[in-house]
Design a protein around this ligand. Structure first.
Ligand SMILES: Nc1ncnc2c1ncn2[C@@H]1O[C@H](COP(=O)(O)OP(=O)(O)O)[C@@H](O)[C@H]1O
Ligand SMILES: [Mg+2]
Length: 254
């Protein structure tokens, strides 16, 4: 496994020797990785291997025990005030498996609330921008609806629009399609593919291997808290090197 020799200017995210335990159970064991600007990385691996924990350390939803993570050169896990941390988080879009929309706010309010609250954008401007983003994810006609009135696929597209409203240079996705009925997976992947095509830097945990094959620049295979393989998708799917990656792919095909 090689870590490339990219310059700091090219790096969006650098993860250096990150270790994390829950109690005395190690979940991340010395993770070394980087995401280059404009790169789409798909993280895959068995259930319980540490994928969510890893991606959540990148916007500090999880603390780490040792190591460092930098985003645009800034140390994400340095001591900082809540306000600073919120600002940092607002620059890293996060899309969860279960959408996490505010149920009591309309769709357009869900998308515009963070720019208003965190960035101080004027409500009218935030609303116009939110409507444009909803149009972009194909939900212009749902602006006034409430999350409970939408399908899972629609809710997830709202969640993506909500993340984009903060104009983050990087987007993280943790199994964005895993909670969806199969017929809704495609509409969410289409939005993600569009983002990738526009050059968004993306770190995606997903079991959608078709997406990985078509869209990813690199795949990271993680098992038991270690990245065992990093490779372009064509290489990873055709010639996985690590026996555990081979087994994982064989299991997926069954
Ligand atoms: N809050 C927590 N407390 C204790 N153990 C946890 C917690 N979150 C996750 N784990 C454990 O850490 C391991 C990795 O979990 P996770 O990162 O969610 O894996 P994945 O996303 O790959 O399925 C699992 O064994 C899980 O049970
Ligand atoms: Mg997970």
């Amino acid at each position: 496994m090689t870590t490339s020799a990219s310059s700091p200017q090219q790096q969006a995210i650098r993860i250096s020797n990150v270790c994390k335990s829950y109690g005395n159970y190690p979940v991340l064991k010395g993770i070394e990785a980087e995401v280059i600007r404009g790169e789409v990385v798909v993280i895959c691996g068995p259930s319980g291997s540490g994928k969510s924990t890893l991606i959540r350390t990148v916007n500090r939803l999880e603390e780490i025990n040792s190591g460092a993570i930098t985003f645009d050169g800034q140390n994400i896990h340095a001591p900082m005030r809540t306000k600073e941390l919120n600002l940092l988080r607002s620059r890293i879009g996060f899309v969860f498996q279960n959408f996490n929309l505010f149920p009591h706010l309309s769709v357009v309010e869900n998308v515009s609330i963070s720019p208003i609250r965190v960035k101080g954008v004027a409500p009218g401007i935030a609303r116009d921008k939110a409507l444009k983003l909803l149009d972009r994810v194909g939900l212009a006609d749902k602006a006034g609806a409430y999350p409970g009135q939408l399908s899972g696929g629609q809710q997830q597209r709202v969640a993506i629009a909500r993340a984009l409203a903060m104009e983050p240079p990087v987007m993280l996705f943790d199994e964005p399609t895993s909670a969806l009925d199969p017929e809704m997976v495609g509409e969410v992947l289409t939005v993600m593919k569009g983002l990738a095509a526009e050059g968004m830097t993306m770190l995606c945990v997903t079991h959608e291997m078709g997406f990985a094959r078509d869209v990813a620049d690199r795949v990271w295979f993680i098992d038991a808290g270690e990245i065992l393989e990093m490779a372009p998708p064509e290489e990873f799917f055709k010639h996985p090197r690590h026996p555990r990656a081979q087994r994982f792919l064989a299991d997926l095909r069954h």
